[in-house]
Write a protein that binds this ligand. Structure first.
Ligand SMILES: *Cc1c(COP(=O)(O)O)cnc(C)c1O
Length: 364
């Protein structure tokens, strides 16, 4: 019987062990130590940003960005209906209300043409999410934000290194947030970062993430701050991962090409988007299982499981979850959520693995 193929596995084949051992041997295991500023500088410059503020995970990166922009109770923040729940939850933590926008059929991301109808006097910010590694159509989003004086916070947690019109995801808007969870493009185990070009905003985020302590006067706290710090050990892994990011992205794009060529003629299967203006990093290689495929998405997932192949259904649309329940219509997000399936996407996946997976999908 063939081996089990997981949906994701981190690749830790570089200097991770060496740098972590360095932390252990020198005793710098907490959030002070050389790897934290090194990772912040290198990752922010990878995103073409001036400042990087590392944090404990991608969810608090979003929360920190929102709080530093003074978003609070009574405010509204526009987010996609189809995203990982953390995007909406981060808004809720500040007391503000997430307002959902339906997906765009071509990119699976928030539909820029449906944003303006959701803007009210209370709207303060837009959080575009680059779902599964495909960048958002940023020009219209930035234009709407400018017209209505809204902040833009990129949730690029799934899109490290992807590009919009030749510009890196993470370089748009006021601040961009990343996750380094175990299955993200690069990982620190758990971890996250906010990147920005705005020095004042970077300083406010540094202040809030470290108990709101004055940088001049120790143990003087002028606001209720937080402990959102990343450890030196996490940052050490991050520095080693960042050394390999080019290789990871290259192999993920190659894996996507192999999947595409084996699945393009399978009736009822839609391939993941890549717009002419986009470079996707295919965080998750994702397909849609259409009505004419002959079995449902869940039936296909069960078949794959029987063949020892792991997969994941798409996220539920936010408006279907109990805490965000809404009777409004989000037909595109609903269809994508019902038909979407993430296939195994580890950068180390072999051609033979991909052929085995595609055989199960094609020879039903
Ligand atoms: C992973 C993810 C997050 C949250 O990151 P964590 O590090 O798991 O907290 C936020 N938004 C999106 C779109 C994600 O995929």
């Amino acid at each position: 019987m063939a081996d089990f193929i997981p949906v994701y596995e981190p690749v830790l084949g570089g200097n991770e062990k060496k740098y972590v051992l360095d932390c252990l041997e020198t005793g710098w295991i907490s959030s002070l130590g050389k790897y934290v500023p090194e990772f912040e500088q290198e990752f922010s410059s990878f995103c073409s940003r001036k400042f990087g503020v590392s944090v404990a995970n991608g969810t608090v990166a979003l929360q920190l960005a929102l709080m530093a922009l003074d978003i609070r109770e009574g405010d509204e923040v526009i987010v996609p209906d189809l995203t990982f729940v953390a995007t909406a939850n981060a808004v809720s933590y500040t007391g503000a209300k997430p307002v959902f926008v339906d997906s765009e059929p071509d990119t699976w991301n928030m539909d820029p043409s449906r944003i303006e109808e959701k803007i009210t006097k209370k709207t303060k910010a837009i959080i575009p999410v680059s779902l599964f590694g495909h960048p958002c159509d940023m020009d219209p989003i930035l234009e709407i934000a400018k017209d209505h004086e809204l902040f833009v916070i990129e949730d690029a947690a799934e899109a490290h290194g992807s590009e919009y019109k030749g510009r890196k995801s993470g370089s748009f808007g006021d601040v961009s947030c990343f996750s380094f969870y175990g299955n993200k493009i690069i990982t620190t185990g758990e971890g996250g970062m906010c990147v920005t070009d705005n020095e004042k905003l970077a300083n406010e985020m540094r202040f809030l993430k470290d108990h709101g302590m004055s940088s001049e006067k120790r143990y003087w706290h002028s606001k209720v701050g937080f402990n959102f710090r990343m450890t030196n050990i996490q940052a050490a892994i991050g520095v080693a991962q960042l050394e390999q990011i080019g290789k990871f992205i290259e192999s993920k794009r190659k894996i996507a090409r192999q999947y595409n060529s084996l699945l393009k003629d399978v009736k009822g299967i839609s391939l993941p988007p890549e717009m002419p203006w986009a470079k996707s990093v295919y965080w998750m290689y994702s397909i849609l299982v259409g009505d004419d495929y002959g079995m449902s998405r869940d039936e296909l997932a069960a078949r794959l499981k029987a063949a020892k192949i792991d997969s994941r259904p798409f996220f539920y649309p936010m408006h279907q979850l109990p805490m965000y329940k809404s009777e409004r219509q989000f037909p595109v997000a609903e269809r994508l959520s019902a038909q979407g399936l993430n296939l195994p996407s580890s950068p180390m996946l072999s051609k033979e693995d991909i052929e085995r997976i595609c055989r199960v999908i094609a020879e039903k």
